[in-house]
Design a protein around this ligand. Structure first.
Ligand code: ADP
Length: 392
């Protein structure tokens, strides 16, 4: 990872300063953090009950705050690009009625988490958010915000601590309050992510397996193409519908259960486009399984080849790439030492922002230092000793 972003201690310091400016001298009692993520492989497989292989990033969202005596909530974000006022105040319904989404829209992620918190009712509180995850850049700033807030509420009023339920509650928050029908990947990896590991998630059983990824000679580079290429309005639902149609023609509950043999046998009952979409999904699920095997063996050349195949399939069969991304992938593959490159896409509407992931052989002392010194999981932070907030 490139390193021009603040670490957790710096974010906590920034949030504490802002807390002091907005709420007076009083210091916050609690600080928590949760990471953003990038998906290494397994694209458009989540809603087909397949596998995904994300990893948590050293980019995190931090929340600092304190419980208050009443039912009032005050939220402030340091993210100037969040849109709308950066402070919002509202009351928690005392009669148990739901918290409605509203404006500013960024606060809806928090309202959703309050609504779906698993040990209600939550007390009133004041909180400040500071994040190093770019907003709307495909690195799951929203999931890291939800998970950080859930972790914050756990400090005020503990739930049973079940991590899978925590991720599911945060996903629900995004569905009901942000109106985004996301899969489970982002919240899952933000809750469970572990330093030096990718996370294989089975989106059918919700089983999660850690895959070691800590070779000091390996660098993962994420590049923002700065091209806003959207799977807008109808395109994302259309892809989902095509997958469902293909599964139904094959007589399967989902494409997770289908093989290429099944698909080829049903070839004349599928139109060309539906066939192509299904082929991408079936092969991508298989590629993700293979990718895990290659990582376990340290076979990075094979892993990189799978990434490129994934990209080509997203370009040609699923048709969600664009020429700028294709160019970037080609350019990256011309660089000596690069194992693989591909676009990543969010599996939600309007978010097909282009980002590339490039594992390379180039050893970088700075990169591995950054890797050691950041948080890769949601956790409570020690406010009295900010230096203890790293994972080193
Ligand atoms: P992504 O999750 O990929 O970054 P989304 O569009 O799903 O992109 O979520 C981005 C939205 O999440 C922002 O527009 C904002 O509403 C909210 N958000 C994320 N992080 C913050 C933050 N630190 N402060 C306020 N809002 C945030």
């Amino acid at each position: 990872m490139a390193s021009s972003f603040p670490n957790v201690s710096e974010l906590v310091a920034r949030a504490r300063r802002l807390y002091g400016q907005v709420f007076g001298e009083e210091a916050p009692q609690v600080a928590v953090s949760a990471p953003g993520r990038v998906n290494l492989i397994g694209e458009h497989t989540d809603y087909n009950q397949g596998f995904v292989l994300p990893m948590a990033l050293p980019l995190v969202t931090v929340v600092v705050g304190s419980q208050t005596s009443g039912q009032d909530v005050s939220l402030v974000t340091a993210a100037e690009d969040a849109g709308g006022p950066l402070r919002v105040d509202f009351s928690l319904p005392s009669d148990g009625s739901p918290l409605s989404p509203g404006l500013p829209s960024w606060a809806n992620y928090v309202k959703g988490v309050i609504q779906h918190y698993r040990a209600p009712p939550v007390p009133g509180f004041r909180a400040v958010i500071a994040s190093s995850v770019p907003l709307g850049g495909g690195l799951s700033s929203s999931a890291s915000l939800e998970v950080a807030f859930y972790t914050f509420l756990q400090q005020l009023k503990p739930d049973d601590g079940d991590k899978v339920s925590k991720a599911l509650a945060c996903q629900q928050a995004e569905h009901t309050h942000a109106g985004v029908p996301c899969g489970i990947m982002d919240q899952f990896v933000s809750v469970l992510g572990r330093e030096g590991h990718a996370l294989l998630i089975d989106c059918r059983s919700l089983e999660a397996t850690f895959v070691p990824l800590a070779d000091p000679g390996l660098v993962i580079l994420i590049t923002n193409s700065n091209v806003k290429h959207s799977l807008t309005g109808s395109e994302y639902p259309t892809r989902r519908r095509q997958c469902e149609e293909a599964a139904s023609i094959l007589g399967k509950a989902s494409l997770r259960d289908a093989t290429m043999k099944d698909l080829d046998e049903a070839r004349d009952r599928l139109d060309d486009v539906t066939y192509q979409r299904a082929r991408h999904v079936i092969e991508e699920i298989e590629r993700t399984v293979q990718a895990v095997e290659t990582l376990k063996r340290g076979a990075y050349t094979e892993f990189g080849k799978l990434m490129v195949e994934s990209h080509n399939s997203l370009r040609d069969l699923y048709e969600v790439s664009c020429k700028e991304l294709d160019e970037l992938v080609s350019a990256a593959m011309e660089v000596e030492g690069v194992f693989g490159s591909r676009m990543t896409v969010c599996s939600i509407p309007d978010q097909g922002r282009g980002i590339l992931v490039l594992p390379t052989t180039t050893s970088s002392e700075k990169a591995s230092q950054d890797h050691r010194n950041h948080n890769f999981t949601s956790k409570m932070l020690n406010l009295n000793s900010p230096d203890n907030n790293s994972n080193s």
